[in-house]
Design a protein around this ligand. Sequence first.
Ligand code: NDP
Length: 331
Amino acid sequence: TREIRLASRPKGWPEPADFDLAETDLPEPAEGQVLVRNLFMSVDPYMRGRMNDVKSYVPPYRLGEPLEGGAVGEVVDSRAPGLAKGDVVLHNHGWREHALLDARAVRKVPDVPGVSPSAYLGVLGMPGLTAYAGLLDVAGFKDGDAVFVSGAAGAVGSLVGQIARLKGASRVIGSAGSAAKVAFLTERLGFDAAFDYRDAPVAEQLAAAAPDGIDVYFDNVGADHLEAAIGALRPHGRVALCGAIAVYNRADPQPGPRNLSLAIGRRLTLRGFIVGDHYSRMPAMVDEVGAWLREGRIVYQETVADGLDNAPAAFIGMLRGENVGKMIVRL
Ligand code: NDP
C-alpha cells in the first residue's frame, strides 16, 4: 500500500518535492483495531500550518512520516467489536491508501441516499461545522443581518453564504478569485452580490456591493479583505475570524488592518475561533444542514482529484484556488 510523507518543510509555497510517495507493507489489525481502505481524503488549508515546525493548536507534521488529515474509508478487516467489514468510517489518517486504526479513532458514518460519503469531509463534516458554528455562534448572526464572506466559493465560504441566506440574511455578498466563481455564487448559490477580488481593490468592490454596509463579516482570507470589511461594518458589527489564507504562504509577518481603530467607535466585535471547540454543535449542524441538503435547498459542490499520487497537487491547487467548493481526493 502507499502513503504520502512529508519530505521537507515548505518555505513559502509548498512544492511537489516537499512530498514523498512511499510504498509500505499492508498492516494487520491487532485486537481492538480495524484496517480501513480509504475511499476519499481531504486536503485543507490548516495542513499548510502543520507543515511548519511551530507550536500551534495542532502539533506539526513530522518529517519522513505520513501526513494526516480527514478521510473516509471502508473497513476491510476488523478485530474491534461494533465495527464490521464494509462499514464506512470517518477518521484522521488520510494521505494513505490504507489506515490501521484503534476503534476509538474512527466514527461510523450513516449512509445518506444520494449523498457521497465524501460529504463527511465537507458539508456534513469539519468545514460544514466551521461555517455553521462560525456564522451562528461566533459571529452571532441574526435574522436580517447583511453578511459578507470571503473565500466564498470554497468549502467553508460556500456554506456560510447559503446558511446566511436560508436563515434570513437581508443581503449576502461574497468574494472569490475568478469570474467563474463569481457566477457560481450568484447563479447557483443564491448570493445577492459577488465580486472577483483580483479585479479592483476589495474596499471599492465591497462598497459597491454593499452600499448600506454590512453587519457580519466571515473572514477566510485576512489582509486587505479584513481591512475592507472593517471599513464596511455598521455599528455593533461582528467579525468571525476563521482563516487568513492570504498570509499562510508568506514568509514574513504581514501588517494588520490599517483602519482597526474604527472598531472602537463602531463598537465592533472581532472574534477568532477554532472549529475544534465547537463539536458539541455537530448534531445540530448535521440535522439542519443535512435536511437542507436532502430538500435540495443547499448546493454542495466538490472538486475531485483522482489517486493518492495526485494528493500533493490537489493540496497545492486548493491553496491556489483551483477548487470550486470542497477539494477532495478520491483514492
Ligand atoms: P477553500 O475551499 O476555501 O480553499 C481555499 C481557497 O482560498 C481557494 O480556493 C482560493 O479561492 C482561496 N485563496 C487562496 N489564496 C487566496 C488569497 N491570497 N486571497 C483570497 N483568497 C485566496 O478552503 P476551506 O473552505 O477549507 O477553508 C477556508 C478558510 O477557513 C481557510 O482560511 C481555512 O484556514 C479556514 N478554516 C478555519 C477553521 C477554523 O477552525 N478556524 C476550520 C476550517 C477552515 P479563490 O479562487 O477565491 O482565491
